[in-house]
Write a protein that binds this ligand. Structure first.
Ligand code: ADP
Length: 421
């Protein structure tokens, strides 16, 4: 702030105070009144300066041609310019292309049409620092009129961190969607594999019986010397050939579905569990069920097929959440601990109603379900996956009610040796 004093010998004294782009005329009748007015003005100016210095936004004032008339200390820090380097220059120096080029047009359009695109609205734009770095910022612009002159105050905030967090969140949900697809795919394959096994098992006997009956019929006809037309003999041959073929198809289906994808690798058990818990809760809405994950801090890495083990966890968690649907103070705990033998124990504990009696009596049998839309193969698939990993899936009542499923996973390295993944 600069003071230019024009004082005559007699009152009134006229003082012109010239600030950044503004001028103020003070008329006083005595020297003491003038001093007080000047001091009050100075105090106000200082207070404003301190407010401006503490506002977290960068504050930039421009005139109606876009020339910068004030540039706050925060603005200097944000854009990397020193004091006085920006004032007097066009605001375009703080903009990257193509905004720099287009800005003049925006100013002209506003001055002639009064159409507001940013003034009083605010939006996300890009700023450019002195070193050329381009960054995203949120900009709110206010119009002020001083006399017949128009000025614009811009309040700018660097939103690089927020944008980064938003990008991370988008990336995370894309990854989750991918993982979910992968899981559903594996789940389909596992269902197919399970169905293949069950079908092969269930159909093997009737198919063998058909073959046997066909052969027996032929033997009876031979023994009884029954004259059989050639066409009947041909049909019998075809019937047993078709039965053998049906058996082959089922065996091939089973082999195909059982094919090992070889996805075993050392994995961070905490990350696997947390990711699966997130997946298991997708699409469950706000059930109000608290899912509590406790991973022992030094739990070793495990040697597993991540997708398959996550499928087990998703199955167990979903079963628990479904069992808890009508429960008050519903809670699921997933606990990961190191067992005495060095392997890792995983427990999914709920405080729900417990297993229905007929399920408990036939646990892990396929196609056993109490749900209208259930397939009844989740638990049996889960068990076969855990068995493939050298462990077993066990079920017991939770302390104080509910159901606990436990299984163990092989540690990648035992005897406290640190795993390097
Ligand atoms: P599905 O979920 O398709 O019914 P599952 O094999 O996953 O097939 O489960 C079989 C049945 O076991 C379920 O229908 C349910 O009745 C019972 N069940 C599984 N987990 C729980 C649990 N945590 N609490 C109570 N019942 C359960």
């Amino acid at each position: 702030m600069e003071f230019l004093e024009f004082m005559g010998q007699a009152a009134p004294y006229i003082v012109a105070v010239i600030g950044a782009g503004t001028a103020l005329a003070v008329v006083a009748t005595s020297r003491s009144t003038l001093r007080r007015t000047l001091e009050a003005f100075h105090d106000r100016e200082e207070r404003l300066r301190s407010v401006l210095a503490t506002v977290p936004d960068a504050i930039i004032t421009v005139d109606d041609r876009g020339v910068v008339t004030a540039f706050s200390p925060v603005a200097e820090r944000l854009f990397g310019y020193g004091p006085g380097e920006v004032i007097g220059n066009n605001i375009e120096m703080l903009m990257p292309q193509p905004y720099k080029e287009e800005h003049g047009g925006y100013v002209d359009r506003y001055n002639t049409t009064g159409e507001r695109r940013i003034i009083g609205i605010g939006r996300e734009v890009q700023g450019m620092k002195k070193d050329g770095t381009v960054f995203p910022m949120e900009l709110a612009v206010d119009e002020i009129k001083l006399g017949d002159k128009k000025f614009f105050n811009g309040f700018a905030r660097d939103i690089t961190d927020r944008k980064h967090a938003e990008k991370e969140a988008r990336e995370q949900s894309r990854r989750l969607a991918e993982l979910r697809n992968e899981l559903f795919h594996v789940s389909r394959l596992s269902e197919l594999s399970q169905m293949g096994s069950v079908l092969a098992h269930e159909l093997n006997q009737p198919l063998t019986a058909i073959t046997n009956y066909v052969q027996a019929s032929r033997r009876i006809m031979e023994r009884e010397s029954i004259e059989v037309p050639d066409r009947v003999n041909e049909s019998l041959d075809k019937a047993s050939a078709q039965a053998v073929r049906a058996g082959e198809i089922i065996r091939r289906l089973r082999n195909f579905a059982d094919k090992d994808e070889g996805g075993i690798s050392p994995e961070d058990v905490g990350a696997v569990v947390r990711e699966a818990a997130e997946l298991g809760q997708i699409g469950q809405g706000s059930t109000g069920v608290k899912v509590d994950i406790q991973v022992e801090p030094n739990a070793p890495s495990v040697l597993i097929d991540r997708i398959q083990i996550q499928q087990v966890l998703v199955n167990l968690l979903r079963n628990a959440l479904e069992a808890l649907a009508k429960q008050k103070k519903a809670r699921v705990q997933i606990a990961v601990t190191t067992q005495d033998d060095g392997d890792v124990g995983v427990a999914v504990i709920d405080n729900g109603p417990g297993l229905p009696e007929n399920v408990a009596a036939n646990l892990f049998k396929p196609f056993l379900t109490t749900k209208s839309d259930g397939m009844g193969i989740g638990l049996s698939i889960s068990r076969s996956i855990v068995l493939d990993h050298g462990g077993d899936l066990e079920c017991e009542p939770s302390d104080g009610g509910g159901t606990t499923f436990r299984f163990s996973l092989p540690a990648a390295k035992k005897d406290g040796a640190k795993n390097d993944i």
